[in-house]
Design a protein around this ligand. Structure first.
Ligand code: AMP
Length: 414
């Protein structure tokens, strides 16, 4: 299957060729043709599958003819970063078309957005809260909308935006095409889908909640207080060129980035307490490779798409198993290979079990010499630097073939 077989306008096929995409990804092959026919769609897909193009290309295809400078398409996303990325895809795929788009997100001034909306745009990418704000102020109207996308619907739910989303949908024209994307399909999202979609086509790539193939996942047991030292060791040992490191809290992100910075690792951090410009700047420095480590919290990193992230490190195990899938989905994008390492303290082991249940497989354990904790201990075993690399968590557990420079990776025994 080629992009030119999907029924897309030549300007779009050309834009995709400019990007050197050779073939459409599975979700693109399945999703683009029905979207071009005007069907409603449920895309059960995580980021990294190429899902953005499944809505951006059909939107641009439709907008290229007919009225311009009337708001005809709306993409709702949960976070500012994702909004920026969708807007970037619109620019990329729309480079041979004369369409105007705008981004409306919280955390930045209302006035420039109001002015942009007034100028007349074809396509709007927005986060729900700020869009409602503009709607209530009469800065935007939805009368000419033809296509609406709800991206990362499950995140909208997690972040408490569902009521805002419902309000927005109540203000939309009944006659429209609606596309909904979600990595997972909790009951509340199924319900919402029933309310806002009409006879949708379901396109699903890979098993629900399954991380992309091509991600090498591993868990490293370690005591809480040794985590940051283990991370330093791994950053050097694993030659992590571009590592995205997740912490659970904003404070944790700050502390960790300070520690890494003090220890000679160029690092940037993004989290919800940082201003929009600080977040954008941090992301840009990471994108350009000026810093090799980006420390982030879940919310800040949602949908983040940086090419070439070689490693995702979970400094803290996420509380929700779905977040694990989202986090590690930042690496191995679009068929490449990536690594996901999770540092697990004894207290966090139950969280790993829940993750394994969700993804339907066990994650290999790698004990790093000098840092691992024994299976039944809540403390690191080696206060004096005694090597525990040779000591499996369960005696006699089958060693895997990934034995590496003194670090031992074992099939698990939680
Ligand atoms: P997404 O899942 O939409 O966030 O896309 C993940 C990444 O895959 C983005 O960096 C896209 O530029 C890239 N991508 C999307 N479609 C393709 C394709 N058909 N071939 C290669 N890369 C792609």
């Amino acid at each position: 299957m080629k992009f030119s077989d999907l029924g897309l306008a030549p300007e779009l096929v050309r834009a995709v060729q400019d990007e050197r995409y050779e073939t459409p990804t599975p979700i693109q092959t399945q999703g683009i043709p029905p979207a071009l026919e005007g069907r409603d769609l449920i895309g059960s897909a995580q980021t990294g599958t190429g899902k953005t193009a499944v809505f951006v290309l059909p939107i641009l295809h439709r907008l290229r003819t007919g009225h311009t400078s009337r708001l005809r398409a709306l993409v709702l996303v949960p976070t500012r970063e994702l909004a920026a990325q969708v807007a970037e895809s619109v620019r990329t795929y729309g480079r041979h078309l004369p369409l105007k788009s705008a981004v409306v997100i919280g955390g930045v001034g209302l006035e420039p957005q109001r002015q942009r909306l007034r100028q007349g745009i074809d396509l709007l990418v927005a986060t729900p809260g700020r869009l409602l704000d503009h709607l209530e102020r009469g800065n935007v109207n939805f009368r000419s909308l033809e296509m609406v996308v709800l991206d990362e619907a499950d995140r909208m739910l997690d972040m408490g935006f569902i009521q805002d989303v419902r309000k927005i949908f109540r203000a939309l024209p009944a006659q429209r095409q609606t596309l909904l994307f979600s990595a997972t399909m909790p009951e509340a999202i199924r319900q919402l889908a029933k309310e806002i979609l009409r006879e949708p086509v379901l396109v699903e790539v890979s098993r629900r909640s399954a991380p992309a193939e091509g991600i090498r996942q591993v868990v490293c047991p370690v005591g809480v207080s040794d985590k940051r030292h283990l991370l330093r060791h791994l950053l050097a040992e694993e030659k992590m060129l571009q590592a995205l490191v997740f912490t659970r809290t904003k404070h944790g992100a700050d502390k960790l980035s300070e520690f890494l910075g003090r220890n000679g690792h160029p690092v940037a951090a993004i989290h919800g307490n940082k201003s929009q410009s600080a977040r954008t700047q941090a992301l840009e420095r990471f994108r350009q490779g000026r810093v090799g480590v980006l420390v982030a919290t879940d919310v800040a990193s949602r949908g983040l798409d940086v090419e070439g992230i070689s490693h995702v490190v979970n400094f803290d195990v996420p509380r929700s198993p779905e977040d694990y899938v989202h986090r590690i989905g930042r690496t191995a994008r679009a068929g490449r290979v990536g690594n996901a390492l999770t540092l697990v303290s004894p207290e966090e082991r139950p969280l790993i079990r829940a993750i394994e249940q969700l993804i339907g497989r066990r994650i290999p354990v790698r004990e790093v010499t000098g840092y691992a904790v024994p299976r039944d201990s809540a403390q690191p075993l080696n206060p004096q630097g005694r090597s525990v690399g040779d000591k499996p968590w369960r005696q006699g557990g089958p060693a895997t073939r990934f034995v590496k420079r003194g670090d031992r990776q074992r099939r698990r025994s939680w």
